[in-house]
Design a protein around this ligand. Structure first.
Ligand SMILES: [Zn+2]
Length: 175
């Protein structure tokens, strides 16, 4: 029910709070930016409301949202995939899966038209570990954003139940 604006506002507060906290803890600017990017992505394009085909987060994907159709079909709104960490991991892996699928398809297609493109990542192990740390940062940010989303969803649902607002239940599906 909080809707896109409610969630975005709440997550903006989380973003500001987390940034201040990391700054205070002496995190590097790169790390702070990576965590913030995670919060931003999870709020705007990979939000738990991706389980709703008509949500604002979904609309922002434009035509690409059709890649999310199977996800929205399989996952019931506000079901298990709304749970932070679990849902976060599944959604990010889902995107990774789609990207990998495209890489494989394009490789295949390039080879067919006689183009040879190397996708191999040349870099030593240290580089990979170093960059993986940013992935961890982004993931932390995404989990924070999803946790805030979840808390807000649960809190507003409880509040509504206490107020006896049963008539609004059907509208829940669009939040
Ligand atoms: Zn939600």
């Amino acid at each position: 029910m909080p809707g896109f604006v409610g969630h975005t506002t709440a997550n903006a507060v989380v973003l500001a709070g987390t940034t201040a906290f990391m700054w205070w803890q002496g995190w590097s600017v790169q790390d702070i930016l990576a965590v913030d990017a995670g919060i931003g992505i999870s709020t705007l394009v990979l939000s738990p409301d991706m389980d709703l085909f008509n949500s604002k987060s979904m609309e922002d994907w434009g035509l690409l949202r059709f890649f999310w159709w199977p996800y929205a079909r399989l996952v019931k709104h506000r079901d298990r995939m709304h749970i932070p960490i679990l849902g976060t991991t599944v959604r990010w892996l889902y995107v990774l899966g789609i990207v990998l699928l495209f890489v494989v398809l394009f490789r295949f297609w390039f080879r067919r038209i006689g183009l040879q493109i190397e996708f191999d990542f040349a870099g030593d192990t240290d580089d990979i570990i170093y960059n993986l740390l940013y992935v961890v940062d982004i993931y932390i940010g995404a989990v924070l954003a999803d946790a805030c989303h979840y808390v807000l969803d649960v809190a507003t649902t409880e509040l509504k139940r206490d107020l006896g607002g049963n008539h609004q239940r059907s509208r829940d599906r669009y939040a």
